[in-house]
Ligand binder design. Structure first.
Ligand SMILES: Nc1ncnc2c1ncn2[C@@H]1O[C@H](COP(=O)(O)OP(=O)(O)O)[C@@H](O)[C@H]1O
Ligand SMILES: [Mg+2]
Length: 517
């Protein structure tokens, strides 16, 4: 079973803590051991000096000039009381001026294993220390005390005590430290687990809340802890994500409802009219009128279906644009020509201001569709006698810019953020143009985006609107066109052929049924 994040966090924490504590404890023990060894040597020196003094006193009492085989062997060191829990024994060996062992204490099975080198040095007056393992006795620390007095021949008294004294002390200390470390680790583990649980509780709450989320309660938000920490940030980001999801789901729901409604209306009309017509026999003229009326509804339906298909494709990222070299001025002229009957009918003056030839790479039919759409909106939402103007220019930052301005009804500020949404129609537009479907601008924006561009809008209610299309220019075209004169002319001439040749594209199929949204 995989460990929970909490357990892993605690395990890591314990592992790091254990390593640090063990390292620190080892260091402390090593330092203490060094100190204890130095203390043992100092104690040994006092012991050795006292022992040497005792030997000297006994030799003097017996009137001897040099130690003999009864110098220390008559003392039973084992009779000395021990220190604390330790029955410390003192072991003594006496070496004469020739470096030969003359006597040793009776608690030793045989003399201490002495070092000739240390004996020689002692004869020169140097105190020496040595650690040695003695069979049947154990590990001993020895001190070599020289006795160099004028009334005696020089000799060396070697005194030893078991190192076990220090070792036992350090051992006890190590065991206690180990026990303390284990206790600390257990406590740290338990408190670490509790702390981790406490620290991670908000995350568990988030995951519980996420489990509870369904499409229906997307409007609910997680309570923000407002602590200003990482968890707070996570909750905030999560709530923002929820808000976006909620919005997207909402838009999706509205879209489906609107799309079905838009599809149902013409179908209802078709059905109703056909049923009424079938109630009795009709004249051929009446049938023809009915079929014409039906055809209108069918056209409306197929336009709608084509638009929906286009948007669905652009959502899925499948609507790839085919890039041709096109002259924007031509597209404007074409759109104006096509919409001039509408302009005439509505008695609206259309002005075009595009003094510079603008070449750009893009999908001819799609861009023509955008211009037609913006222009037809401008004409439809402008009262009789109004004016519509189209301007085209290059921007300094490498965009072709097309403005469609009107002196029309304008868009209420609260509607402005929504007009590019699918099926969205401002109320005043609804009243004025009952035929609209609210998909036109959504499609225009999708086309602009597919070209790497965008559409912006400015509008004042009752005064008019300005829709601006930006399409980025390929770098080569941008530099050729911004250098006046020959450059542009040669680019135009060279590309003329290509423009003429440009094949009918996939868009054609879709757009052939889209005109005059
Ligand atoms: N030139 C304009 N003047 C005023 N309102 C406009 C203009 N263009 C678009 N709108 C508003 O934007 C909405 C969406 O436009 P569009 O997507 O073309 O849909 P439709 O024209 O079918 O209503 C319109 O319903 C209208 O409210
Ligand atoms: Mg429209």
């Amino acid at each position: 079973m995989p460990l929970s994040f909490r357990s892993r966090l605690t395990a890591w924490y314990i592992a790091v803590l254990a390593t640090l504590l063990a390292g620190a404890a080892t260091l402390i023990i090593l330092i203490l051991q060094g100190m204890a060894e130095r203390r043992l040597d100092a104690t040994l020196w006092v012991l050795g000096a006292t022992e040497a003094e005792g030997v000297v006193a006994r030799l003097r009492d017996r009137g001897l000039r040099a130690p003999d085989d009864a110098t220390v062997s008559d003392i039973d060191y084992r009779m000395l009381p021990g220190y604390g829990a330790f029955r410390i024994q003192k072991y003594v060996t006496v070496v004469n001026r020739e470096g030969r062992i003359v006597d040793f204490s009776i608690n030793l099975p045989k003399p201490l294993p002495i070092s000739d080198e240390l004996v020689r040095r002692a004869m020169r007056g140097e105190i020496g220390y040595q650690t040695a393992d003695v069979p049947d006795v154990g590990r001993l620390r020895m001190i070599y005390i020289p006795v160099l007095r004028p009334q005696f021949e020089p000799f060396v008294v070697i005194v030893a005590v078991p190192t076990e004294f220090v070792g036992a002390e350090i051992g006890t200390l190590s065991r206690r430290i180990a026990a303390i470390i284990i206790a600390v680790l257990v406590l740290a583990g338990v408190s670490g687990l509790l702390l981790a649980r406490r620290a991670l509780r908000p995350i568990s709450e988030i995951s519980l809340a996420v489990q509870r989320l369904t499409e229906r309660n997307l409007h609910e938000r997680l309570p923000e802890p407002r602590t200003g920490d990482e968890i707070d940030e996570l909750v905030k980001v999560f709530n923002q994500l929820l808000a976006r999801l909620d919005h997207a789901f909402d838009a999706q729901r509205r879209f489906t409802a609107d799309a079905s409604h838009e599809l149902c209306t013409p179908l209802t009309v078709l059905k109703g009219e056909t049923e009424v017509a079938l109630l009795e026999r009709r004249t051929p003229e009446e049938y023809e009128a009915l079929l014409r009326s039906n055809l209108e509804e069918i056209e409306r339906l197929s336009r709608l279906a084509a638009n929906l298909l286009l948007l669905a494709r652009s959502d899925a990222g499948e609507q790839q644009i085919v890039k041709d070299l096109i002259v924007l001025n031509d597209l404007i002229a074409e759109a104006c020509a096509r919409l001039s009957p509408l302009a005439k009918e509505r008695e609206i003056e259309v002005y075009v201001n595009a003094p510079q030839l603008i070449l750009l790479e893009g999908d001819r039919l799609a861009l023509e569709h955008v211009i037609m759409n913006l222009l037809s909106n401008a004409l439809r939402y402008t009262p009789r006698g109004g004016q519509v103007s189209i301007e085209a220019a290059l921007t300094a930052d490498g965009f072709a810019r097309l403005d469609v301005c009107d002196t029309g009804i304008g868009i209420p500020p609260e509607a402005l953020p929504h007009i590019f949404e699918r099926f969205y129609r401002a109320d005043n537009a609804r009243a004025r143009e009952p035929q609209g479907s609210g998909l036109g601008l959504a499609i225009c924006q999708a086309i602009a985006k597919a070209h790497g561009g965008r559409i912006e809008v400015e509008s004042e209610l009752g005064k008019g609107s300005r829709f601006t299309l930006f399409i980025p220019l390929a770098p080569a075209l941008h530099s050729a066109q911004t250098h006046e004169g020959k450059g542009c002319a040669s680019v135009c001439a060279a590309q003329e052929e290509r423009i003429a040749e440009s094949p009918a594209r996939r868009w054609m199929k879709v757009f052939s049924s889209l005109l005059h949204l």
